[in-house]
Design a protein around this ligand. Structure first.
Ligand code: HEM
Length: 472
């Protein structure tokens, strides 16, 4: 009733009593949102009633810019969702925390400990080592000819090890079997979180669905299981006689001086944010990149030619080579354009009223940013559906991308994620020949989830190249 006099953006017809437009939310949600925008005459912004929530969806880059510059503070909040409450320590972790002093402090700690350029460079040896291990593993069976590999889980192991090494100085895969089993379990829990946090999760909009599906009960159990893993990581570090230099060690030393702020819950929340936000995102980006290259062998060849030309076959590609490999970088950019790992960004939430694209946005509105649609907008991109890394040779094209969001709440791990993805992709191409398993093109369908996973996990044929025997 209170919204009656407001100038709201357009909305699709036929909201139903109680559920509103929930019946329209078909997976994958970013595609549904683009169709709705098109059905409303390519509306750059529209609104939905999803159960008891008012939701604005934006599909235009210029409206996104307005939201995350002029209105950035008002929109720097996150909505309360079931997952954030029961898995995210009552929304006290960095991803879900409301905008304010606590969130700022978490971002500051993370910047100093993980995301500063100094720390990112310090962690370079971890990235290098993990990639080398992956190359060694892949080359074991593929020295004398093509073998089929299930690449998805290998990429997931690489990324997971990389994050846990930074956080706890510990690697899981390639260690003892007990660790492998534990990490497998944790990875499954993370996948559950990622699926349950999708913008299409009906239980977040309608209490009755939550009640019928027992979503909240299942989420509490998920939270407990993940908490057990995180507590174990913290306790292991606490018990160590020789204190290391990992993130957890540093957080535990803060706990000694400020125990009332740096509780175990806050420490576990910081680790959780890094593990949840930093693993699936990089893994799916690598998987989409390789899948695109397998479907476009001529582009794969061009990336390889650039690497062979600039680096040769006597040494492995290093992170410092990346600046001299523009086509490789453009291939990563093109992957992030067509397959942004978080296609709707994370949901934002208005803490006050504001105006967006000339419309009123009431306080308490949930904002979803359809970056996936913006990255395919024919007004912004030539041949938007085509995978074409060359497009980024044109000055200014890369600035149109927003796969990491914008403004205060943008991804703090963007640089770290890009470095790992680019180095890993370059190394895989330098060290192996790659082919599709069969003649047909790979299925590029997206599955459900807040990070856009591939519906069919990537499998490929790989054969070791001569550089591997020379350097490993
Ligand atoms: C290709 C890799 C990655 C992509 C595409 C990506 C993308 C994103 C996006 C779109 C957001 C939400 C921005 C918004 O809501 O406006 C986000 C948030 C976040 N990302 Fe990333 N990310 C990546 C890698 C990483 C890595 C490696 C880490 C950490 C190790 C990380 C940590 C975070 C955190 C903590 C947040 C929440 C920030 C906040 O709410 O204050 N991300 N990321």
């Amino acid at each position: 009733k209170s919204n009656r006099n407001l100038n709201l953006p357009p909305s699709p017809a036929y909201p139903l009593p109680v559920i509103g437009h929930l019946h329209l939310l078909k997976q994958p949600v970013h595609r549904t949102f683009l169709s709705i925008s098109q059905s409303l005459g390519n509306a750059p912004i529209f609104h939905l009633r999803l159960g008891n929530r008012l939701v604005y969806v934006i599909s235009s880059r210029s409206v996104a810019e307005e939201c995350f510059t002029k209105n950035d503070i008002v929109l720097a909040n996150r909505p309360d969702i079931i997952m954030a409450k029961h898995v995210g320590y009552n929304s006290t972790n960095m991803i879900a925390a409301p905008y304010g002093d606590h969130w700022r402090n978490l971002r500051r700690i993370a910047t100093v400990e993980i995301f500063s350029s100094h720390r990112i460079s310090t962690f370079m040896s971890i990235r290098k080592d993990e990639i080398r291990r992956l190359i060694t593993l892949l080359s074991r069976d593929s020295l004398h000819g093509f073998v089929e590999v299930e690449l998805k889980s290998l990429l997931a192991n690489l990324v997971f090890n990389n994050i846990i090494m930074m956080v706890a100085g510990k690697r899981y895969y390639g260690g003892g079997t007990e660790d492998n089993d534990e990490a497998k379990l944790v990875r499954e829990l993370i996948s559950e979180i990622v699926t349950g946090t999708s913008a299409g999760n009906l239980a977040d909009y309608l209490p009755i669905i939550n009640w019928v599906t027992k979503f909240e009960q299942r989420t509490i159990s998920l939270g407990n299981r993940l908490d057990k893993f995180l507590q174990k990581l913290v306790d292991e570090k606490r018990a160590e006689k020789e204190k290391g230099q990992t993130l957890i060690n540093h957080l535990l030393s803060f706990q000694e001086t400020q125990p009332e702020y740096y509780t175990d819950v806050i420490i576990k929340g910081i680790i959780l944010a890094l593990v949840v936000a930093g693993t699936e995102t990089s893994e799916v980006t690598l998987e989409w990149a390789m899948s695109n290259l397998l479907n476009h062998p001529e582009i794969l060849e061009k990336v390889r030619a650039e690497i062979d030309d600039k680096i040769g076959s006597d040494r492995l590609i290093e992170e410092s080579d990346i600046v001299n490999l523009p086509y490789l970088q453009n291939t990563v950019s093109e992957t992030l354009r067509l397959y942004p790992a978080v296609p709707l960004l994370l949901p934002h939430f208005s803490s006050d009223e504001c105006k967006v694209a000339g419309y009123d946005m009431p306080r308490g509105t949930l904002l979803l940013t359809n970056v996936w649609a913006m990255h395919r907008d024919p007004d912004l991109w030539e041949e938007p559906e085509r995978f074409k890394p060359e497009r980024f040779e044109k000055e200014g094209e890369a600035q149109k991308l927003i796969p990491f969001g914008m403004g205060r709440r943008a991804c703090p791990g963007a640089e770290l994620g890009k470095r790992l993805v680019t180095l890993a992709l370059g190394s895989l191409i330098q060290c192996f020949e790659w082919e599709r398993v069969g003649e047909e093109l790979l299925d590029m369908t997206e599955a459900e989830g807040i990070t856009m996973p591939k519906a069919t996990p990537l499998r490929a044929m790989c054969k070791t190249r001569v550089v591997v025997s020379k350097v490993i």
